[in-house]
Design a protein. Structure first.
Length: 443
């Protein structure tokens, strides 16, 4: 018998009760996932930081063969959760679901300090579930930027007190709108075409409707131009991705239920999202709520209508019906991991970009590999994140691109950070795909 502490024994028992043993056994240890895994490559081909290695650890804990110690937890936490292993797995193992459950179990038995507990409670329970509180929080950033505090902090060297990646991240942040503007949002918009092609309900998101509000506005304008009547449902809230990926699964489930209730009322043809990370979690609601007798079927109906903005524009033939042009430039595209690996959307954004007159589209080598953002990963696992980002920027340099396009706010900030780290701010930019498309509409 393996000797375990009381906490480790409790975790091991939870693994036995809650982990999907069938899914664990589905892994054939074939190794197809290895070349797709960023952490396996960046750690010098360390098997404990590969998908099959992590599944082997989960199975060993499940069977009581090893203790769920700090090394096991470290391996799970170092995973980006990019799910690049899933499309290449011949057995179709749902690695992302296993990872989320394992992390949730560890979090249930973690002994967080009082300060960490307070921080987690504030972020996960006090801010993200409430859009008005998110607007208030981001409003403080607007005050920092507009009041002169940002200029003063940089001038006196205050930012040098922070790690280099956080200093560069601060320089990469977009200019955010005021709290007043963030709270004055539309609820219904009409199509700008003679014929209405679809009625869509728009998922506005947390950061997208605050820090990246201009991108949300651009999304709405594109949908109108594509012939969509738009409803922005009241009562919607955070998608729950941050909670689900950080071991707060119960809160994620409650957020999911609220969103389903809000979107059901619209009776829209499609539910549209413009953030790959949010979209991947939203489209996984059927798995998240599969054991809930009141929401399992409703979650399936919800996910069946979910589409990324690039996919709906592509299907509505937007790129052929609207004249698109920009000044001549080389553009490359960085996939949002979750948009590609979970929502299976990767042809549509490339087709939309390539249709713009003046664009010389250059496919980036390993554009489908993670940029290292992964939610808050670039903060809590900064060393690995920056290592991945630096290698990503080498691939960008090979394309000689003037513009890097992506489809997720975290990826966008990460690519802007990469541009800052490489000293390319004067010659290279990073933009969300909808901002590029609206620019191409000459607006």
């Amino acid at each position: 018998m393996i000797e375990m502490t009381k906490r480790e024994k409790a975790i091991q028992e939870a693994f036995t009760d809650r982990m999907d043993e069938t899914e664990l056994l589905n892994c054939m240890r074939c190794g197809f996932c290895l070349p797709a895994c960023p952490t396996y490559i960046e750690t010098g081909f360390d098997e404990t930081h590969s998908p099959r290695g992590r599944i082997a650890l989960m199975k060993a804990v499940h069977d009581g063969l090893i203790s769920p110690d700090d090394d096991v937890e470290k391996s799970l936490n170092l995973c980006l959760g990019c799910r690049a292993c899933e499309p290449v797995c011949p057995a179709g193992v749902q690695y992302g679901h296993l990872l989320e459950e394992a992390r949730d179990i560890f979090n249930d038995y973690n002994r967080h300090s009082l300060s960490v507990k307070a921080l987690r409670k504030t972020v996960f329970e006090g801010i993200f579930p409430y859009q008005n509180r998110m607007a208030n929080a981001v409003g403080l950033l607007n005050f920092y930027q507009k009041s002169g505090l940002q200029t003063a902090a940089r001038k006196i060297g205050f930012m040098r007190l922070f790690p280099e990646n956080l200093r560069q991240m601060e320089q990469s942040l977009p200019e955010v709108p005021s709290k007043k503007v963030m709270k004055n949002r539309p609820s219904n918009l009409s199509a700008k075409t003679k014929q209405v092609k679809a009625t869509v309900a728009f998922f506005r998101g947390c950061l997208m409707d605050t820090m990246f509000m201009e991108t949300n506005d651009a999304t709405l304008k594109l949908l109108q131009k594509a012939g969509c009547e738009i409803v922005i449902p009241e009562g919607q809230n955070c998608c729950g991705a941050l909670h689900g990926h950080s071991g707060e699964k119960d809160i994620a489930k409650e957020l999911a239920k609220r969103n389903i209730e809000a979107f059901e009322k619209t009776q829209a043809d499609y539910f549209i999202v413009n953030a790959g990370g949010c979209g991947a979690f939203l489209i996984d609601y059927d798995h998240l709520l599969k054991d809930d007798p009141h929401f399992a079927d409703r979650a399936k109906a919800f996910t069946a209508k979910m589409k990324d903005i690039s996919q709906i524009l592509y299907e509505l033939n937007f790129h052929n019906e609207v004249s698109l042009s920009v000044k001549n430039q080389i553009i490359t595209y960085q996939d949002s991991c979750h948009l590609r690996n979970v929502m299976k959307t990767f042809i549509a954004p490339r087709a939309l970009i390539a249709a713009i007159q003046g664009v010389d589209f250059k496919e980036m080598e390993k554009a489908d590999s993670c940029c290292g953002s992964a939610g808050i990963y670039n903060i809590i696992e900064s060393e690995m994140s920056m290592q991945i980002l630096d290698h990503k920027m080498e691939k960008v340099a090979d394309t000689k691109a003037h513009t890097i396009v992506t489809a997720n706010p975290g990826c966008l900030l990460q690519m802007k950070l990469g541009i800052e780290r490489e000293g390319l701010s004067d010659s290279v930019r990073a933009v969300h795909i909808v901002d590029l498309l609206l620019e191409a509409c000459n607006e």
